[in-house]
Write a protein that binds this ligand. Structure first.
Ligand SMILES: Nc1nc2c(ncn2[C@@H]2O[C@H](COP(=O)(O)OP(=O)(O)O)[C@@H](O)[C@H]2O)c(=O)[nH]1
Ligand SMILES: [Mg+2]
Length: 332
């Protein structure tokens, strides 16, 4: 039996092996992704993002437990993306310890990832890993990212539903505003609401949300805000991101959170946004792959020395960057 077949049959060891190949971007991994692709498109991808220490890992752990406790338990995959930790393969000891409640449950699979060197980088690797889980029949894929930079925003954009986690005790600023991730939030979570200052965190968040109240559902694409066409307002009601409180350390509020995640999925399907997001996501992914392939081809044609010679001319202002591109691409 091929590795792909074993994964489709639910073999966890084959899954672990395949994920390693996919993360390495090996020929075997690529072949498997091709074979698995027709089996994807079913899982609900849920991004969980926010500043370090807000309680994302604890929350992901609780959400996964919540799904496992349901009358019809969902199969849950967790992808913990941690670019800050290239040496440990991305897994922080703390994460491992907190995830222990879930270990031994065959309905849960946890994968940590760190930075990858290639141009496609972490966002692409995460997308590929999510596809493997999707094909392997996981109902929900929870993707934890640190909401700090563009890469994280790209990863969050992969998700159907994005949770932005805030917590009191991070100063007066709402971290997500700084990182520009509030606009991608479908659900806002005030975690650590056992702390007394949770009230003011929630108030600040609500103020921000009222200001930013979306007039129309918009997506960011190529850095531009695009209105999504179609869907009359009465047929496709706006989703107004709810603000939910949680205490990830004891699970308070997590049932309501899981319910809101489910409601968002339902909203996406009813409004047609599910298919639109899916299409946009695949379009962005295809574009990234084309770019990676073209740059790769370019690098095999233009030597390092030639590239540096042209660069030197640009630095010396004897050649403009636009002219330089023409020169490099023409092979002259
Ligand atoms: N008081 C309190 N502490 C929490 C809560 N959730 C997480 N923590 C603690 O906050 C710290 C960071 O949590 P972690 O899940 O690693 O946050 P992450 O960096 O966002 O993944 C840990 O010490 C947690 O035990 C909560 O709801 N209340
Ligand atoms: Mg974490």
């Amino acid at each position: 039996m091929s590795l792909t077949e074993s994964v489709l049959n639910g073999d966890p060891l084959a899954l672990a092996r395949l994920l390693t190949q996919v993360e390495k971007d090996s020929p075997e991994g690529r072949r498997a992704l091709d074979e698995l692709f027709p089996h994807t498109g079913k899982a609900h991808l849920v991004g969980v993002t926010g500043a370090p220490g807000t309680g994302k890992s604890s929350l992901v752990n609780q959400i996964a437990l919540q799904y496992r406790r349901q009358p019809e338990p969902k199969r849950v995959a967790v992808i913990a993306v941690d670019p800050s930790s290239p040496f440990t393969g991305g897994a922080l000891l703390g994460d491992r310890v907190r995830m222990r409640d879930l270990s031994g449950d065959p309905g849960v699979f946890i994968r940590s990832m760190a930075t990858r060197g290639s141009l496609g980088g972490l966002a692409q690797a995460t997308a590929s890993v999510a596809q493997v889980f999707d094909a392997a029949g996981f109902d929900v894929v929870l993707i934890e990212t640190v909401g700090a930079g563009q890469a994280e925003v790209d990863i969050a954009r992969l998700a159907h539903t994005t949770l932005v986690v805030e917590a009191p005790g991070f100063g007066d600023d709402i971290q997500a505003i700084k990182a520009g991730i509030l606009e991608i939030a479908d659900i806002l979570v005030v975690n650590k609401s056992d702390l007394p200052s949770a009230d003011s965190t929630e108030r600040a968040l609500r103020g921000m949300l009222d200001l930013a109240h979306p007039v129309a559902r918009t997506f960011r694409h190529h850095g531009q805000v695009m209105s999504v066409p179609g869907g009359e307002p009465e047929k496709a009601p706006l989703w107004i991101p709810p603000i939910l409180r949680a205490v990830a350390t004891d699970g308070t509020g997590v049932e309501a959170l899981a319910a809101a995640i489910g409601q968002h999925a339902q909203h996406l399907r009813q409004s047609g946004d599910w298919n639109r997001r899916e299409r946009l996501r695949l379009e962005v992914e295809l574009e990234a792959l084309v770019t990676e392939a073209l740059v790769g081809r370019f690098r095999t044609k233009v030597s390092e020395k030639r590239y540096n010679d042209v660069l030197e001319k640009v630095v010396a202002r004897s050649l403009s960057p636009w002219e330089a591109v023409k020169v490099l691409l023409s092979g002259r």
